[in-house]
Design a protein around this ligand. Structure first.
Ligand code: SF4
Length: 278
């Protein structure tokens, strides 16, 4: 069967059996970390129910169809997609690839299913007196959350991105219930600095042994929770520091995706200078 992305014909290997599985299994995964962390960390006294959609990043699902337009070789290699449970169970990524193929081959079924799951999550959260948030680009970067934020104004949507969406957010041109944090990589430090200068927030990864002074009001500990929409804003932008995990540990360099101590300090210094001269 022929499949099209806009007017472009794409070739997707997707058996009827696999398609049926994709249609019957949930798209969204429950993220229990924020609910647990709400009890131990300051999440503004709110109990959040958080859901994540994990698709297959970049061109992992289908050659020539890139779900991470601003990705780099390095981030594709170290992507969250390959970490955690996916390292132990091949079924985890097989399911993410199926979901991606469903989006590409039958978007009507995909979007219908996603709407139904979001509506059900909102209803359940309301019944339990919780607030609900969705991260729809868990391991992709296509901006689904912007569209759904417009459709469901009472729910919170949030993402990390390497695209210009972070600049649009910093300038206030996205829905107020959509929050996006720019994700620094080995090739976009200059853009990260511009996002900060515009008042956006930037997440970066440092090696596990890097010393970080969280008394600095520009720095936030990104490992305390994933509820980035609660990070707040500052005219100089905020930097969300994430410590390297899994295979990234020990990989810190001066300018790579994962920074070592001197790389981290240089990045901070360069963004301070930009803030001062602008
Ligand atoms: S852009 Fe993000 S989701 Fe995409 S490959 Fe890179 S790290 Fe993974």
């Amino acid at each position: 069967m022929k499949h099209y992305l806009g007017s472009r014909e794409i070739s997707v290997e997707f058996s009827e059996k696999e398609q049926e599985r994709a249609k019957t299994r949930p798209l969204l995964s429950r993220d229990t970390s924020n609910a647990k962390l709400a009890k131990t960390f300051d999440l503004h006294g709110q109990d959040w129910s958080t859901w994540i959609l994990y698709l297959a990043p970049a061109e992992v699902a289908v050659d020539g169809v890139n779900l991470c337009p601003a990705s780099t070789d390095k981030c594709r290699k170290d992507c969250l997609f390959w970490q955690g449970r996916a390292r132990m169970f091949k079924e985890v990524n097989e399911a993410r690839i199926r979901k991606t193929k469903l989006l590409l081959t039958d978007p009507i079924a995909f979007y219908g299913k996603l709407h139904r799951e979001i509506q059900a999550a909102i209803k359940t959260a309301k019944r339990k007196g919780k607030r609900v948030a969705f991260r729809l680009d868990g391991t992709s970067d296509i901006g689904l959350g912007v569209y759904f934020a417009r459709v469901y104004p009472d729910a919170q949507f949030y993402d990390y991105t390497k695209t210009a969406r972070a600049m649009a957010f910093a300038r206030g041109s996205l829905p107020s219930n959509y929050h996006v944090t720019f994700s620094r990589s080995d090739t976009n430090s200059g853009i990260a600095a511009r996002v900060l200068r515009a008042g956006g927030n930037v997440a970066l990864v440092v090696d596990s042994n890097v010393k970080v002074d969280f008394n600095n009001p520009r720095l936030l500990d990104g490992d305390k929770h994933d509820a980035r929409f609660l990070d707040g804003r500052s005219p100089e932008g905020l930097i969300v520091v994430l410590k390297a995990k899994g295979s990234l540990k020990g990989q810190g360099t001066d300018a790579g995706f994962c920074l070592n101590q001197s790389g981290f300090e240089s990045f901070l210094a360069s963004t301070e200078n930009i803030s001062k001269v602008s």
